[in-house]
Structure formats: C-alpha cells, structure tokens
Write a protein that binds this ligand. Structure first.
Ligand code: HEM
Length: 92
C-alpha cells in the first residue's frame, strides 16, 4: 500500500517506530486506549499544561485515565479527540 504521507485516515495503523518520531512539543503524538492522537495544536491550550507531554511519542493511557480533571469533561474530550486529533490506531 502506498504511503499516505501522514494524513488522517480512519483505521490507519501506526507503528511504535512511527509514533516515537512525534515525541516533542512541536510534534506531539500520544496513544490513549490504543488510538493515536496528534495533540500538537492542543498542547498550548491544555488546562493541565505541559503534563500532556509526559508520555509524548508513547502511551499516555494510564496517566490520562488517572487524572480526575478528565472525568468531569469526559464527553468534551472524547469529541475533541475523535473529531480533531485522531491519526490512526496503534499497531501493538
Ligand atoms: C483533548 C483533551 C485532553 C487530553 C488528550 C489530555 C491529556 C492529558 C495527559 C496525557 C496528561 C498527563 C497525564 C499523566 O501522565 O500524568 C494530562 C494531565 C492533566 N490534564 Fe489533560 N488532557 C486533555 C484535556 C484536559 C482538560 C479539558 C482539562 C481540564 C479541564 C485537563 C486537565 C489536566 C490536568 C489538571 C492534568 C495534570 C497536570 C499535572 O500533572 O500537573 N486536561 N492531560
């Protein structure tokens, strides 16, 4: 299959190697629950600040789910992730 150059596509599989390249504030991808999200544009807006980068380029699932602030805004976050930040699924 031809490379799609990193564009968003439902169900695209992202390898650990590809994910690991996006490991900085200016290029910030994270896994939550097996899905990969590009949070680059959101880092500066995140109410929890740079903590969102704690597992950048890797799996943020457990930190994400242990943060109480996220429970209260769960639906807002779910919509945001699905509609604006989803890149593809993590190929484990
Ligand atoms: C698209 C939405 C969001 C994503 C993907 C996200 C993701 C994360 C991640 C990965 C962490 C780090 C968890 C850890 O490893 O300990 C974090 C921390 C945090 N987030 Fe979010 N977040 C989002 C939205 C929000 C919103 C809307 C709020 C507040 C209403 C919030 C408040 C916080 C706080 C208070 C922390 C902890 C900061 C600290 O440890 O100093 N986040 N978030």
């Amino acid at each position: 299959m031809a490379s799609n150059g990193g564009s968003r596509q439902e169900g695209r599989l992202i390898s650990k190697q590809e994910l690991a390249k996006h490991n900085k504030k200016e290029d910030a991808w994270i896994i939550i629950d097996g899905k990969v999200y590009d949070m680059t544009e959101y880092v500066a807006k995140h109410p929890g600040g740079d903590a969102i980068l704690r597992n950048v380029g890797g799996d943020a699932t457990s930190g994400f789910h242990s943060q109480p602030a996220h429970f209260t805004v769960g639906n807002y976050i779910k919509d945001k992730l699905k509609n604006s930040h989803y890149v593809g699924d993590f190929k484990s």
